[in-house]
Design a protein around this ligand. Sequence first.
Ligand SMILES: Cc1ncc(COP(=O)(O)O)c(C=O)c1O
Length: 382
Amino acid sequence: MKKIIYFDNAATSWPKPVSVYRKMDEFIRKWGANPGRAGHRMAVGAERIIEETRHQTAQFFAIKDYQRIIFTLNCTDSLNIGIKGLLKRGDHVITTYLEHNSVSRPLEGLVKKGIITVTRVNHSEDGFIDLQELNKAFTPQTRLVVIVHGSNVIGSLQPIREIGKISKEKGTIFMVDAAQTAGVIPIDVEKDNIDLLAFPGHKALFGPPGTGGLYVGPRVDLEPWREGGSGVDSEAELQPKELPFKLEGGTINTVGIAGLGAGITFIQKEGIEKIRQHEMELTKYLLEKLSEMRKVIIYDTGDGEMRIGTVSFNVEGLSPAEVGAILDESFGIACRTGLHCAPYTHKKLGTFPEGTVRFSLGYFNTREEVDFAMNSLTQIVA
Ligand SMILES: Cc1ncc(COP(=O)(O)O)c(C=O)c1O
């Protein structure tokens, strides 16, 4: 197969660090038993690695009680467990037009059933939510503020610490969708006033697909939707009340979680600042080159610090799908085109329903790859 230039890290990161592949291979061969379900050495060994990873993940986000980390399938799973486990009839939710469908759809589903009401706060042209409008959106029924940390379309980064402070002062639960930031932007649940942190394991944390997590803060009590085997209190008729068992019914993705642990270790060894710096330098370079290109329209938050490595654009006269197909077929460049599961954002941008071409850069991308992509785009434009 010809060399691939992978610019789709916002969907899932690739490649993974070699240590992730190795850890998963070793884990399935050596510790492939079911953790917590038996007393034999393989089950105990599997459980030890899962609990070590739980500790490590908690430390990564400055979480004091590691049992408040729930392992999930992906960020969508985490968001659903949080949103549906928390909200009750009559609750009001504040959110934004920048959300991914994994926030908007569970909320809209509850609205359609007449269970909750939702207010969406506007954002500026460069993708920052209006904090004055946010302040005014609270009602006595507001139970939850749920906000995407980094936009997966235009790359803007919300000031979550400030938003968390406002939510706390209003006595509301604050949930952050860290799909695009966990692993690349430092997050501290205490300092950032976060009650629920939803994150994928398979994007910037470098775990494999099928991994994710949810931090459940002490101010929150979630109802589980998935009940079943937990390996503890098997005599009880109902799901155990303690975390993580309450929300983690069934056999978890042990191999994936072992890989996630190796991914986080990689970040800790490299240093999150170094990873962030590389992504920012490369993103700025990409933006600079893109903006010099005729017929290219950029939809982006700009080159300030409050951004992530995701850039959206279109080429005049071609649909995003056409551009993506040519990039893939003729040049071996993998990127994503379309709405990126964020239709409300595109309606605001004026790019609905066709969407945009999205380049999302990661730690393993290089300047040479950006140069190659720019040459390829120049040929497409011509
Ligand atoms: C902002 C945002 N939230 C949530 C998700 C869902 O994440 P996952 O693919 O882990 O379910 C994504 C996925 O791209 C995303 O970009």
